[in-house]
Design a protein around this ligand. Structure first.
Ligand code: F6P
Length: 545
């Protein structure tokens, strides 16, 4: 039976019908306890979901759906190391990367010895580098680190590194290069001193086109500038599940750090994929991040659904997507430090749950991942928020803010938070015709003018949102935050009955690009391509230098 055919699904759908006319204004007016009963705290995180279009009853019905999907059992299967990534025949054990005590997941299949050993090697290398004891080929201390990777081998560490700039090593510059476009790597190289630069090639497969091309270009740049064949040895480290390929590239074996097939790329921040981040923030702060994630893992595994943050967050998403019909979810961080959080979440959510086939291979009969997008909220206010307020579309929003600033300037933080809270309130409660009329009358605007402007100044409201408040931006709280979203994604995947841990949808484009590439310089090869691609190529041939 598919989940949509279950009695639990039908019960939620029946409940939804009673909700058609209910507005957030009414829900707040009729329940003085609403915020208390529709919010949760966990460590330094406060989650207010009172501005979602639901009640406790809705959440109870959604929790029954999670039970119907056997969420508790599926969670245990993940933590037990079962091969829940069925289409790739793999376990899903990123939670092992933040375990503080082993064995895990079991004494028969214990991954902790290699996890611990890798973490120790990373810490030893990162601390040596931070102390100026890693020397380049000409004897100068490494002071610039360039992480070359893409997708999960870039987004998580880059997002965290930016978020934790205030606790990063002041004399080290850590850069992230992902794009095939030379416009990212070339200007960066112009600013770097090859004698003091280390490249970390991060690729689980060590075959990703973007990463390998950027790594080759970096190697050529070093050779051209330092003029030595052996130069790679002092200026490259690598992270991969294919260590032999990294060694073949020229990375010394001692500087190849492993990851394993049981860590998905978008879940790999906690592994050696986070090496550049560890270099920036230090081994201790990296460990605090892992501890924050581990606390969230325990909370997720042991807390009843009604008080379980990732479960509640996931259920709210299911309600908005499958019952209210939202096709999108806006992620709106207010702190500058969380600038890259929306891009990180886009991969986490859409690569995990952007599927239309069930685990068993049947076509899905309900929507799965919404389109996740977002931007720093304060900037967005002056750009796309107009549509959120008056565009007439249902766009559930996640507002995220830290109460304390990591860069305090007088007056800034309160103003920032006031804007964050104002936006979610305005979206939820809007402004009615009579309120607009009253305020215009107070301004002594003529009745004709009021009639003309009134429709433009009404805000429908009823736009659902949640607000996640962090006490501050720090490694532990951010670790919990990321793990929260990871588990949310897992819960939704379980309810939809899809595999959240494969990503076959990215393969076709890679194969097609490999067919197109040689046709740039050989028009005969273009003949087999579609007409549109042929047209694009022929325009390029005229203009490419
Ligand atoms: O193409 C998608 C993808 O496979 C992601 O899932 C992954 O995070 C990224 O590419 C990078 O892959 P790799 O680490 O193997 O270079």
């Amino acid at each position: 039976m598919t989940i949509t055919a279950s009695p639990a699904w039908a019960a939620i759908d029946a409940h939804r019908k009673t909700f058609a006319q209910t507005r957030l204004r009414d829900l707040f007016a009729s329940d003085a306890q609403r915020v208390g009963s529709l919010s949760l705290s966990f460590d330094d995180i406060f989650y207010d979901f009172s501005k979602q279009r639901l009640t406790r009853e809705t959440l109870g019905l959604l929790a029954a759906l999670a039970k119907e999907a056997k969420l508790a059992k599926q969670t245990e299967r993940m933590f037990a190391g079962e091969r829940i990534n069925a289409s790739e025949g793999r376990s899903v054990l990123h939670v092992a990367l933040r375990r503080s005590a082993g064995p895990f997941p079991s004494s028969q299949f214990d991954v902790m010895p290699e996890v611990t050993e890798t973490k120790q090697r990373m810490a030893e290398f990162a601390e040596r580098l931070r102390a100026g004891k890693c020397l380049g080929h000409k004897g100068a201390a490494i002071r610039n680190v360039v992480n070359i990777g893409i997708g999960g081998s870039d987004l998580g560490p880059k997002m965290m590194a930016y978020a934790l700039r205030s606790v990063s090593h002041p004399a080290l510059a850590v850069h992230y290069v992902s794009n095939l476009d030379g416009a990212q790597l070339a200007p960066l190289l112009q600013t770097l001193d090859p004698r003091t630069t280390l490249f970390i090639v991060v690729s689980k497969t060590f075959t990703t086109q973007e990463t390998m091309l950027n790594a080759n270009t970096a190697r050529e740049w070093l050779r051209a500038n330092l003029g030595e064949a052996l130069v790679v040895e002092n200026h490259f480290a690598a992270v991969s599940s294919k260590p032999e390929k990294a060694v073949e590239f020229g990375v010394p074996r001692g500087l190849v750090f492993p990851i394993w097939d049981w860590v998905g790329g978008r879940y790999s921040l906690w592994s050696a994929v986070g090496l550049a981040l560890m270099i920036a923030i230090g081994a201790q702060a990296f460990d605090e991040m892992l501890r924050g994630a581990e606390r969230m893992d325990e909370h997720f595994r042991t807390t009843p659904f009604e008080r379980n943050l990732p479960v509640i967050m996931a259920l709210i998403g299911i309600w908005n997507t499958n019952f209210l019909g939202a096709s999108t979810n806006a992620v709106l961080p207010y702190n500058e430090s969380l600038k890259y959080f929306p891009s990180f979440l886009q991969q986490l959510e859409m690569e995990s749950n952007g599927k239309s086939v069930s685990l068993g291979g049947e076509a899905m009969d309900c929507a799965t991942s919404p389109i996740v997008w977002g931007e720093l909220g304060n900037n967005g206010q002056h750009a796309f928020f107009q549509l959120l307020h008056q565009g007439g579309r249902l766009v559930p929003c996640d507002f995220i803010a830290a109460v304390r600033s990591d860069y305090p300037l007088p007056g800034h933080q309160e103003a920032l938070l006031a804007n964050c809270f104002a936006q979610s309130a305005a979206l939820a409660f809007g402004r009615t015709e009579s309120e607009v009329r009253l305020s215009m009358e107070k301004e002594a605007i003529s009745p004709q003018e009021i009639a003309r402007l009134l429709p433009h100044r009404v805000f429908a409201g009823n736009q659902p949102s949640s607000t996640l408040l962090l006490a501050s931006i720090n490694p532990g709280t951010l670790g919990s935050l990321i793990a929260l979203y990871e588990h949310k994604v897992f819960v939704q995947g379980v309810i939809w009955g899809i595999n959240s841990f494969d990503q076959w949808g990215v393969e076709l484009g890679k194969a097609v690009a490999n067919r197109i590439l040689p046709a740039f310089h050989d028009p005969d090869l273009a003949g087999v391509l579609d007409a549109s691609t042929q047209g694009l190529l022929s325009y390029c041939r005229k203009h490419i230098s």
